[in-house]
Design a protein around this ligand. Structure first.
Ligand SMILES: C[S@@+](CC[C@H](N)C(=O)[O-])C[C@H]1O[C@@H](n2cnc3c(N)ncnc32)[C@H](O)[C@@H]1O
Length: 282
């Protein structure tokens, strides 16, 4: 499977600099401790129950913020982070060791992952849109048969204004030499992303957002049918994690994310255009 769906240029890109890496473990840990997974992703309240042997796999865990954050906040769960980039896994393991957590980290292509354990949750945040086939990635997660699924992807409408902006900038600076081009792009990125983080972390976000060799964008309308028979989508950031009475109504509303994203861009407020869905086994 992996021969067809992983993207080698993506692996090389992340080997140069893993996404969401920090200059040192101190700043990474400080940032991790400020996050609350339940406020970031409210449906997790329903999912993470106080039982023993609660098993989670985070596919494409990168430098491990989510896997380590879950281990840090919930002592009763077993979290495995999987990523095909050895540099990202090394960073994630270092943080885990410093915090004395029991997160398990594995270097592997997500399309090759097998599990003998009964899985409660499989998450994959910002990953599948960087593979050669996002839909096959979702099918792979469904094959692992967890009780719950949490997937984060770039949204077709929510990301459009940001991508148009990047395209214009690339064209404006296209005659510059590579280093100068990247410097100018980075300066432009910093105008949008005013979040306080260390320089290496910001650089890794910039590369991810503006220099990535491969990304696709998706909609709820397009991915919902993949889940249909086996899973029910019960929550999404598209309607800000409100109760879903009728998924079709939520789908009808998703184009509005274009206007929201445009407004953010015009006000120079960072909005990379990402959406989350949670699904439960039927
Ligand atoms: C944008 S980063 C997101 C990392 C992490 N989920 C987070 O939220 O910070 C994408 C990650 O997906 C990983 N990735 C992409 N394709 C993969 C594959 N086929 N198998 C395993 N990891 C993959 C990359 O190495 C990278 O760490």
């Amino acid at each position: 499977m992996s021969k067809f769906y992983l993207n080698k240029s993506v692996l090389e890109f992340y080997k140069k600099m893993p996404f969401n890496i920090y200059s040192n473990s101190y700043t990474a840990i400080k940032s991790l401790k400020t996050n609350d997974p339940l406020s970031l992703y409210p449906p997790l309240k329903k999912i993470i129950k106080n039982k023993k042997n609660f098993n989670i796999i985070d596919l494409g865990c990168g430098a491990g913020w989510f896997a380590n954050l879950l281990s840090y906040k919930f002592k009763n769960i077993n979290v495995t982070g999987v990523d095909f980039n050895p540099r990202a896994i090394e960073f994630a393991k270092n943080i885990k060791n410093k915090l004395n957590l029991k997160t398990n980290f594995v270097i592997e292509d997500l399309f090759e992952v097998r599990s003998n354990d009964k899985l409660d949750l499989v998450s994959s945040l910002g990953v599948l849109h960087h593979t050669n086939d996002c839909h096959k990635g979702i099918e792979k997660i469904i094959d692992l048969s967890p009780n719950y699924i949490c997937i984060g992807l770039y949204h077709k409408y929510g990301r459009k204004p940001f991508l148009s902006h990047v395209k214009k900038l690339k064209s404006k600076f296209k005659k510059l030499k590579k280093d100068d081009f990247e410097d100018r792009m980075y300066a432009e990125y910093k105008k949008l992303d005013a979040r306080n983080s260390d320089e290496l972390n910001k650089m890794s976000w910039f590369r991810d957002q503006m220099l990535h060799p491969k990304e696709t964008q998706h909609t709820l309308a397009e991915i919902a049918p993949i889940f249909k028979n086996k899973y029910k989508i019960f929550s999404t950031s598209i309607n800000r994690f409100k109760k879903i009475n009728d998924l079709e109504r939520v789908i009808e509303s998703e184009k509005k994310w274009y206007d929201y994203a445009l407004e953010k861009l015009e006000k120079k407020i960072y909005f990379p255009g990402f959406f989350i869905i949670f699904a439960v086994k039927k």
